[in-house]
Design a binder for this molecule. Sequence first.
Ligand code: GDP
Length: 478
Amino acid sequence: ADSALIALDSLTDRAAGLVNPSIRLGVTGLSRAGKTVFISSLVHNLLHGGRLPLFEPLHSGRVSNVRLEPQPDDAIPRFQYEDHIDSLIRERIWPDSTRAISELRLTLDYQSASGWSRLLSPGRLSIDIVDYPGEWLLDLPLLQQDYRTFSQRTVDLARTGIRADLSREWLALAEATDMDAPADEMTARRLFEVFTSYLRACKADERSLSTLPPGRFLMPGDLEGSPALTFAPLPEIPETPATPGSLRAMMERRYDAYKSVVVKPFFREHFARLDRQIVLVDALQAISRGAEAVADLERAMQDVLECFRPGSGSLLSALAGRRIDRVLVAATKADHLHHEGHDRLEAVTRRLVERAVTRAGLAGAGIDVMAIASIRATREATVKQNGETLPVIVGTPIAGETIAGEIFDGNRKTAVFPGDLPENPEAVFEDLKQGSQPRVNAVRFRPPAIPEVNGVRVAIPHIRLDRALQFLLGDRLQ
Ligand code: GDP
């Protein structure tokens, strides 16, 4: 009966799609990559006549109306667009970041570009924007791993590089735990907590390592505290089956529950319904943190992009019906660089995800890589120093930021030398290998002031948001 219900459901879905064509655009990326800021700026620019010359349907004047509408899914929280815009524009602070899945529907009326369809009534397209943590995608490989394999991999990685330092407390506790002792809730919780602190420490600002699965341990969504989210890997698990009633048996069961009640439903109910996807990545941050952070990001992107592997036979084809036919990988926060740096950031990012793209079989028309700034928090200028003219970026550092010993109060504009990416992306990776990294600044700026002209709020400034839109949606508005 269940499957009949699901079939009926997707039928009504499709019928609704015929009446009102819609496209589901997934927005993801690891935490702090810039998902919330991207969606807020994109929607604001579309609603407020933003400067989007490379988004053809809008630029050619074929789009007659853009509006927010109630979303079709009653069970998914709404993306709190108005609150985020209020933070950005009225308070000039960055909005609260993505913690779980949310959705927003934007509907566009447009004239078709081609002669025949123009004779029909005007077109209408609803864009359902679905925001979700990229961490959740990292869980896909778990579906193929049993608890023992998952534990082994996690423990092995925890013993390498700078992770070894950060994982010391957790590993010590885990090694001292008798996995054959009777299952005990407090021991399970304690192990979970120490393991999660290790994951959190890897992610911390000064380390900037990418997150490891289980993806929900740092981004729990609404399942926080449930048994399916209260387990941890154990070191050196023997191949023999677990003793019934033991701690190990309990951990195994919870790990399996995590896969069946958390991971699978997400892929089946949310991921499977996406048509297009943008993956945001803070490549600049990783580059400025050095080789280990970059290698780590590369690995995380491999796991993320693996989820978009096309065709049958992939792990997902059993779970997911429809397939995503366009994926955009976008390096965010390009406004931290002077404009000649934008193409360089793009090239470095392309190189960073190259292997992952090839491995996932994505190479070709369906994928692109760009460098963008959803919100441009800086403007460009030059300063003269020792007879030389140097390019700088000017912005308002957020309160408490330090630049060369100065602490900012968060209201004064300042010029910052943005640092430099080399012209040849290979050079970045060569340098990183040698233990040096390009000097890119890590100053965090306040959102820009958005003025009102004749009582009308102007749109939010950005870099290349229109190019991203054209790739993601342009063909659906023909
Ligand atoms: P999320 O976790 O992916 O939702 O990340 P957010 O969208 O909340 O962005 C995280 C932080 O990155 C923000 O608080 C900003 O400080 C910064 N940020 C994101 N996008 C931009 C951008 O386009 N320009 C600048 N200058 N900073 C950005």
